[in-house]
Design a protein around this ligand. Structure first.
Ligand SMILES: [Zn+2]
Ligand SMILES: [Zn+2]
Length: 238
């Protein structure tokens, strides 16, 4: 049995819950959870904001842990290895999207907290290909967000072939945006943060922004027109 915390109703409190995960499938791994972040999507699922939540539900999809068990066909991971698990806990491994490395588009994808129990637990299971080995030297207590918020804002740099000479802006300096600023700074880009909060402007500079623009100031926004190679919007509003 796996011990976890589950929500039993929409907007409900998380309470102790145990479930039987069944036999470990050949391509799966079981992870002993060390740390797990909280993402806004956990709250959306908890509150049934998207209309398809099913309870009891074990949330948590920014998991850091160690491999506890390996399925019989998993050969690229080892028991005891430190790994991360994000939004996706599995994909079919055989469709056109999976075969070209776009597993996130797989129509048979298994999501970590939808119809599957997540990381607010002692253990969590996932298809081995969804698990990322964490290199030595990463602070494990704070690594969890890299696997959801982090990959979400890192992906555009690859998708749009962003070069270190590019000028990139980030709208919204929250869970995703604060990681985007750090990645872009490390990538070498000239980074601009759009935020409506004066306090966050200073913080944005500390995180790697070269410039900051008040997103509530129409003149500042107008003045910045056509000056970016890419704008990453992390806000959930128009
Ligand atoms: Zn998330
Ligand atoms: Zn697939």
């Amino acid at each position: 049995m796996i011990k976890a915390y589950a929500a039993f109703e929409a907007k409900g409190e998380l309470k102790p819950f145990e479930y039987d995960p069944g036999e470990l499938k050949p391509l799966e791994v079981e992870i002993d959870v060390l740390n797990c972040g909280i993402c806004h999507s956990d709250l959306s699922m908890l509150d049934n904001e998207w209309g398809y939540s099913r309870y009891p539900m074990v949330l948590g999809h920014e998991v850091v842990g160690t491999i506890a068990k390996l399925g019989s066909q998993v050969t690229h991971l080892e028991v005891g290895q430190t790994v991360g698990l994000g939004w996706q806990a599995g994909s079919c491994q055989s469709c056109k999207d999976c075969n070209r490395g776009d597993e996130n588009f797989c129509s048979d994808a298994q999501y970590t907290i939808i119809g599957h129990h997540g990381g607010f637990a002692e253990q969590v299971r996932a298809v081995a290909s969804s698990v990322v080995v964490i290199p030595d030297g990463i602070e494990l207590e704070s690594a969890g967000p890299l696997f959801c918020a982090g990959i979400t804002v890192f992906n555009p740099l690859i998708q749009f072939s962003i070069k270190p000479t590019a000028k990139v802006a980030v709208i919204g300096i929250g869970g995703l945006g604060h990681l985007a600023l750090q990645f872009l700074n490390a990538w070498g880009c000239e980074v601009t943060a759009f935020t409506s909060s004066e306090a966050k402007m200073a913080e944005a500079r500390e995180l790697g922004a070269d410039h900051s623009i008040n997103s509530g100031d129409a003149d500042d926004i107008k003045a910045a027109a056509n000056s970016f190679d890419l704008i990453i919007s992390t806000v959930a509003v128009k």
